[in-house]
Design a protein around this ligand. Structure first.
Ligand code: MUC
Ligand code: MG
Length: 373
């Protein structure tokens, strides 16, 4: 008889960041991870993580809503069901609950982690096998101060930790942002790639002005310059400029990828397990994007180690990630809740090995940082 899902526990875990992380819509001093512990009748525990950015400022799910919706609506759809029926259970969640992609991603991750542990194989093996054991990882400069950002970049280059940088802009005027980015690019020169993420902050006219100047300054990629829903605008910007445009908030799942591709988008796509309701959905988007000739990028919702490991397992199965990854979430946090942190070196990170995610919780740290119930 196959094992069944016995219980699903969700924990809100508040971890301070190493410095304020300034995005166009929020400045983070702390990241809240929603950790899922899914226990099965064969004694196996599957781990998952559902994490967003800045409470409700990034999208319609907050850490608190993720926890509440799992506890109240989603977990009851899974309890007592066969542990190994991952595809059927994911369809059940989609059939009976709309939206809630981040909550579903956390549950799918926990199902896959448990199934990998049960079979003694890694999550990437469950997904068809990894093609990379080491993935490139950039770093985001977002201290809000140009000189601090340059120092931070120099340090990361010296340590051979990160070789490319993404700058968070959009909170200031276009001119101030362009000056900030151009100063950083001028300081780093050809030693590092510099990209920007505007997180939807510009209208199209500002984007035309901003991108023209950033292109001249040597920026290599422009992420989500205008609001997520403006697909036509994104297509126009991608057509207009030589520097590629990266769709992030505009593209959550395979269907969004198809819509953008049909509209004529010619840029690149940020994959995130949180946007696509789990690793499987993110890989489905990757297939659509690849078929449409769009470049791929392994994106983060600034998850801790569990969500980052789940994403790495998924990205490791892809042939080419034209724009690498930004799976640095754990490095932005002052502490971790796992026994063996991910290994970052040589401008990237190693794919964790071992069954499932290959990650073990540190119970003391978890108890220390978990929000009291
Ligand atoms: C985003 O929109 O890309 C990724 C890196 C970072 O600093 O913020 C995230 C969110
Ligand atoms: Mg982004």
């Amino acid at each position: 008889m196959s094992a069944v899902i016995e219980s699903i526990e969700t924990l809100l875990v508040d971890l301070p960041t190493i410095r304020p992380h300034k995005l166009s819509m929020a400045t983070m001093a702390c990241q809240t991870l929603v950790i899922v512990r899914m226990r099965h009748s064969d004694g196996i525990e599957g781990l998952g993580e559902g994490t967003t950015i800045g409470g409700l400022s990034y999208g319609p799910e907050s850490p608190e809503s993720i926890k509440l919706n799992i506890d109240t609506y989603l977990a009851p759809l899974l309890i007592g069901e066969a542990s190994d029926a991952v595809n059927r259970l994911r369809a059940r969640l989609d059939g009976q609950a709309r939206g809630n992609a981040i909550a579903k991603s956390a549950l799918e991750t926990a199902l896959l982690d448990a199934q990998g542990k049960r079979l003694g194989v890694s999550l990437s093996t469950l997904l068809g096998g990894s093609r990379h054991a080491h993935l490139p990882v950039l770093w985001t400069l977002a201290s809000g101060d140009t000189h601090k950002d340059i120092d931070e970049a120099e340090q990361r280059l010296d340590d051979r930790r990160h070789g490319d940088f993404k700058l968070k802009i959009g909170a200031n005027t276009v001119d101030a942002d362009v000056r900030h980015v151009a100063a950083i690019k001028a300081a780093l020169g050809d030693r590092a790639g510099v990209r920007v993420d505007v997180n939807q902050a510009w209208d199209e006219a500002s984007a035309v002005r901003g991108i023209a100047a950033l292109q001249d300054a040597g920026v290599e990629l422009i992420e989500q310059p205008i609001p997520a829903r403006d697909h036509d605008g994104l297509v126009r910007l991608a057509e207009r400029f030589r520097v590629p445009v990266l769709a992030d908030e505009a593209v959550a799942d395979a269907r969004d990828g198809m819509t953008l591709a049909i509209a004529g988008f010619s840029g690149a796509v940020a994959l995130k397990i949180a946007k696509s309701a789990g690793p499987r959905g993110a890989l489905a988007l990757a297939e659509v994007a690849r078929a449409a000739g769009l470049g791929l990028y392994g994106g983060t919702m600034l998850e801790g180690t569990i969500g980052t490991a789940a994403s790495l397992h998924a990205w490791s199965t892809l042939g080419e990630l034209r724009w690498g990854t930004e799976m640095f979430g754990p490095l932005l946090l002052k502490d971790d809740i796992v026994t063996t942190p991910l290994r970052y070196h040589e401008f990237g990170v190693d794919l964790p090995s071992g069954p499932g995610l290959g990650i073990t919780l540190d119970e003391d740290k978890l108890a220390h940082y978990a929000r009291p119930a």
